[in-house]
Design a protein around this ligand. Sequence first.
Ligand SMILES: Cc1cc2nc3c(=O)[nH]c(=O)nc-3n(C[C@H](O)[C@H](O)[C@H](O)COP(=O)(O)O)c2cc1C
Length: 320
Amino acid sequence: MAIPVLFHNKLSLPVICAPMFLVSSPKLVISACKNGIVGSFPTFNTRTQDLLDSWIEQISTELDAYAKSNPEKPVAPFAVNLVVHPSNTRLEKDRAVVKKHQVPFVITSQGNPAQVVEEVHQWGGIVFHDVIRADHAKKAIAAGVDGIIIVTAGAGGHAGEINPFALVREIREFWDGPLALAGAINDGYGVRAAEILGADFSYMGTRFIATEEAEVEADYKSMLVSSEIKDLIYTDTFTGVKCNFLKPSIARAGVDLESFQAKSHVDLDLGESNAWKDFWSAGHGVSGIKQVLPMKALVQQLKNEYQGAVEMPAFTTKSS
Ligand SMILES: Cc1cc2nc3c(=O)[nH]c(=O)nc-3n(C[C@H](O)[C@H](O)[C@H](O)COP(=O)(O)O)c2cc1C
C-alpha cells in the first residue's frame, strides 16, 4: 500500500469520489469528504474563475470547520481536476486560482502534467494523473506525479478500453507508488478487490451520481437505478472520444438510436441536443445501483461491504 501522508487518518475507506463534468459540485464534494472519502470536481464545472475561487473557498472553509468540530472523525482532503491538454484555453487562469488556495490534491488529465506538478509541489500538495495506458503512465511518472489513476474498460465518462486486471498488473511492474483504479467499481467488494489487485484507491464516479447530494436531474438518478449494462452504448459520436452513455437518455433527448447507430459522428444530426447535458454517462457498474442514497448511508454501505469482503475466506484445498 502506498497511501500519501496527506490521507493518513483522514479516510474511512480508500475511495475517491471522481471528478465528473456537470455532476460534481461543492455539495457532493463536501459530503464525500465529511464522510471520509476524497471529493473532487473538474474546474470546467465552474463557468468563471470567480466561481472556481468561491467553490474552493466554500469547500475549504466548510471542511476546516467540520474537522475542527469533529476531531474524532476522518475528514478527507478534496481535489480539483485540471485538464492539462494544450487545447484547454483556461488552464493558466484555473492554475492561478488553484495556486491562490494551495489546493492540497490536484488531479490532472489528458496531457503533460509536468508544469502543474512543479507548481503544486511548491506548497506541498500532491498530483495524481489519470491514464488509460501503461505508456501514458510512464510519461506521467517521468513528469514527477505523485500518483497514477488508471481509467479502465467499463468506466463512466471517457472510459479506457483495457481490462483492469491486465492494466493494474502491467503498471505495477514499474510503479510502486500510489495507484488509483477506475472502472465500474460500484460497491465495497470492488474496493477490496481493487486493493488485492494492487491498487491503493478506488476511483468511483457513477455510483455517486445516484446520491441525494448529486445536483443532477432526478430523471438521471432514476435512470441509473433502472438501467443495466445492456442499456449503455460506448461511442465517440457525441464528444469525439469513446464514452459510455445511457441509451435511454439518448432516446429521451429525441435522438433515434437505430438511425444513430447506423451513422458516423460526422453526419449525425443532433438537433438541439447537447452532449453531456442531454446524453447522460454511466459506467458498467450501473447494474449494481438499486437506489438513490444519502452520501452518509452510501459510504456506510460501502464500509459494510468492504468489511464483508475482508472477512471472506480465501481458497483452501482443505475441506472444512
Ligand atoms: C458523468 C461523468 C462525467 C465525467 N467527467 C469527468 C471529467 O470532467 N474529468 C475526468 O477526469 N473524468 C470524468 N469522468 C470520469 C470519472 O472521473 C471516473 O474516471 C469514472 O467515473 C470512473 O468510472 P465509474 O463511473 O465506472 O465509477 C466522468 C464520469 C462521468 C460518469
